[in-house]
Write a protein that binds this ligand. Structure first.
Ligand code: FAD
Ligand code: NAD
Length: 327
């Protein structure tokens, strides 16, 4: 039997590649430092129900992605979310409806990667620290000092700053990953025992510490006894307040929320904060994926394309395509 292909990262990019390779009859084995799949599309289970702390929704503009999203919808993994949309600018909160179709995982964002993972072999809570080349095969070393392998190829599907060290065997790829800056985002979730007296279900903001707020409970399938909200700070505010304690971040962003939402905002009965260090690439690229086909080392992720769910999925497809092309 030929050695399997290792995929580091079970976000949407890694799982997109895994699916494409599996469908082509290849064996894959996945690794993730977290306890579950999803990466930046993960959902947090909490006393206030499940909360989408990272990606809020996604759009499908590419034909290939749009087709696959229809299949996900037919299987019940995703549904359309049509929030009552607002925009906050120059101190004014105004309705801002549009025709854009927006998708969410159901009953939570992480449902998508969980379904894509299916029964594929995976090692969770396993942080890979080194990707090394043996005589004929690849091996992985994890943070506990354990070795994994042999593997025929390796796909690195982590954010660029985490990919750089893992790509050291291919200096060109490592250099490209090192050139990508990624911006942080502070996310705060809040739950109110009495529903807030507002029609807002999603709001884009300018001139605020916040860039986005969403009524999490308005998404399809989200069960919660509380009126749950997710707030995202701008990258600039997040960078300036990177090391604030979580309680202070909650206090600041609760204040910014209360200033914009146009109704009374009491103290929440539930709150939490999460810092995404590598939330989005500071610029888009047109790489598709990175490949050293002779070595058998590949990289993919949102940072190779658009910094969105769609870009991450397309990048995973591209890494798989290039790998299969070279078999
Ligand atoms: P990730 O999801 O980051 O997956 C990488 C995986 O690699 C992670 O699971 C991580 O644990 C794992 N990993 C990292 N290092 C190692 C290691 N050394 N060993 C093992 N595993 C490792 N996109 C949209 O389209 N719409 C939105 O509304 C939207 N909102 C967003 C809001 C926020 C706050 C954030 C953070 C992102 C948002 N995005 C949004 C972007 C979207 O979430 C990402 O583009 C997409 O999920 C990236 O997928 P990925 O697979 O490339 O990376
Ligand atoms: P999209 O088309 O809904 O939004 C793209 C951008 O257009 C928005 O950011 C907003 O500025 C503007 N916009 C869209 N509809 C609007 C409306 N009705 N009223 C006012 N402004 C409107 O979705 P997309 O192109 O798939 O982008 C994904 C979303 O994910 C974006 O909002 C982006 O900011 C967000 N994102 C956030 C992070 C993070 O770190 N916080 C990372 C990646 C992506």
């Amino acid at each position: 039997m030929t050695a399997p292909i290792a995929i580091i990262g079970t976000g949407i990019a890694g799982l997109s590649a895994a699916q494409a390779l599996h469908a082509a009859g290849q064996n894959v084995e996945l690794f993730d430092k977290s306890r579950g799949s999803g990466g930046r599309m993960a959902s947090k289970r909490s006393d206030a129900g499940s909360l989408d702390l990272g990606a809020q929704y996604f759009t499908a503009r590419d034909r290939r992605f749009a087709e696959v999203v229809q299949q996900w919808r037919d299987r019940g993994w995703v549904a359309e979310w049509s929030p009552s949309l607002y925009n906050f600018s120059e101190g004014r909160l105004l309705p801002s409806p549009d025709e854009q179709i927006r998708w969410v995982g159901t009953p939570r964002m992480s449902a998508i990667t969980r379904a894509l993972l299916g029964a594929l072999p995976v090692n969770f809570a396993c942080r890979i620290t080194e990707v090394f080349r043996g005589e004929r095969h690849w091996g992985l070393q994890d943070a506990e000092g354990l070795s994994h392998g042999p593997f025929s190829h390796v796909i690195v599907a982590t954010p660029a700053p985490q990919a750089t060290a893992l790509l050291a065997a291919a200096p060109k790829l490592a250099g490209a990953a090192a050139s990508v800056a990624m911006e942080p985002t502070w996310a705060v979730a809040m739950g109110f025992s009495e529903p807030l007296d507002t029609r807002v279900e999603g709001c884009f903001l300018q001139d605020s510490a916040l860039e986005w707020v969403a009524r999490n409970r308005s998404k399809p399938g989200r069960e919660s006894s509380l009126d749950t909200w997710v707030l995202h700070a701008t990258n600039t505010w997040s960078k300036q307040h990177l090391d604030l304690p979580k309680e202070t971040v909650i206090e600041h962003l609760h204040g910014a929320f209360a200033e914009t939402i146009g109704c009374a905002v009491p103290a929440p009965s539930f709150s939490l904060a999460h810092r995404w260090l590598y939330a989005r690439p500071s610029q888009a690229h047109q790489w598709g994926a990175l490949a050293d086909a002779d070595l058998g080392l590949y990289a993919c992720g949102d940072w190779c394309l658009s910094g969105r769910v769609e870009g991450a999925w397309l990048s995973g497809q591209e890494a798989a395509r290039r790998l299969l092309e070279h078999l």
